[in-house]
Design a protein around this ligand. Structure first.
Ligand code: NDP
Length: 299
């Protein structure tokens, strides 16, 4: 299968590299140099015009939001052969993905929303989880492509359902990370080092991905690698607010987390990783959760 990949960002680069190892893969990136560098490192073909992706049998997109996907689809969609499958790995709005699907279906192109979880690390290992919204028969046609990037593929419903699941997953990430930071900041002020508190919590019912992985691996050693922009997490939390509102469900906790995440993203700016929201909690509490001797409350 001939694969086209659009969007060589933090997620797109490792995903496209894994695809290029198994399929003839053509890559496009808004900043063209990124695509040329990628091909030099991982093989495949780089193009500088979306029109040069027209012979693809599967088009993958991994862009910030559904808005950028819609813009790419307006240019590329009419050029694709009927029967092409558009696999959208972006975390976007369900409604936006349905609109893209409708526009592409006018050209005979079959759209699946296929947002991913597992982070840059999971992408590098080809071990992502993909949540698919769309037609089951279309999914079956492109399963080998997904096999190059994913360990788990779950068909969750019609077009837009994958986006809805992804939004809810990510607002849960924002909730658990923020809640853990607030709780650990309080414990640090009371004289319990974060590492000690995490030893208890991670053997207890309050544990989460944030307490088991993000805090021990990134916050305690103060590394804060940039893997997933805080502003993208804020975007996802906002999408979750829309998902729950559309479902007619009252979700005051998720709304509060979405608002806090937006506020924190605005405070830290576009270069901040999502885990850096912990820094804002630390600053407000007057502690930091790093090395043990620095966890003591200010005297
Ligand atoms: P990045 O910001 O690292 O990459 C974004 C990509 O989109 C870049 O290739 C960028 O090109 C391109 N792009 C941005 N704006 C436009 C535009 N207007 N037109 C065309 N191309 C554009 O994002 P990530 O890779 O981190 O995230 C991509 C998607 O995956 C998001 O929806 C995110 O929420 C989701 N996601 C991210 C995860 C992560 O851990 N990072 C995990 C799971 C999902 P350029 O190089 O020119 O800037």
């Amino acid at each position: 299968m001939r694969v086209a990949y659009v969007g060589l960002g933090a997620m797109g680069r490792p995903m496209a590299a894994n695809l290029a190892a198994s399929f003839p893969t053509t890559v496009f990136n808004r900043t063209a140099g990124v695509a040329h560098d990628h091909v030099a490192a991982h093989g495949g073909r780089a193009v500088e015009q979306l029109a040069d992706l027209a012979d693809a049998e599967v088009v993958c997109t991994c862009l910030p939001t559904d808005v950028e996907v819609a813009a790419v689809a307006r240019v590329l969609g009419p050029l694709l052969a009927p029967g092409t499958v558009w696999l959208d790995h972006t975390s976007g709005a369900p409604q936006g993905s349905r609109e893209v699907a409708t526009a592409l279906s006018g050209h005979g192109v079959d759209y699946l929303d296929a947002p991913v979880s597992g982070g840059t690390d999971g992408a590098a290992r080809g071990a992502l989880t993909v949540m698919i919204g769309g037609d089951a028969a279309t999914l079956d046609r492109i399963r080998p492509v997904l096999g190059a990037v994913a360990e788990r593929v779950v068909h969750v419903g019609g077009v837009g359902a994958g986006m809805a699941v992804k939004a809810v997953n990510n607002v849960l990430l924002a909730t658990s990370l923020r809640a853990a930071a607030e709780g650990l900041a309080a414990l640090a002020r009371l004289g319990v080092p974060a590492a000690t508190a995490l030893e208890v919590i991670n053997a207890s019912s309050g544990r989460s991905f944030a307490t088991e992985r993000l805090l021990p691996e990134r916050v305690l050693p103060r590394t804060f690698p940039f893997t997933f922009a805080l502003e993208l997490l804020a975007k996802d939390a906002g999408l979750a607010e829309v998902v729950v509102a559309d479902a007619g469900v009252q979700a005051p906790l998720l709304a509060a987390v979405a608002a806090l995440t937006r506020e924190t993203a605005a405070e830290l700016g576009p270069g901040a990783d999502h885990v850096e929201l912990v820094r804002v909690v630390e600053a407000a509490a007057g502690v930091h959760l790093g090395a043990e001797d620095e966890d003591r409350p200010p005297s």
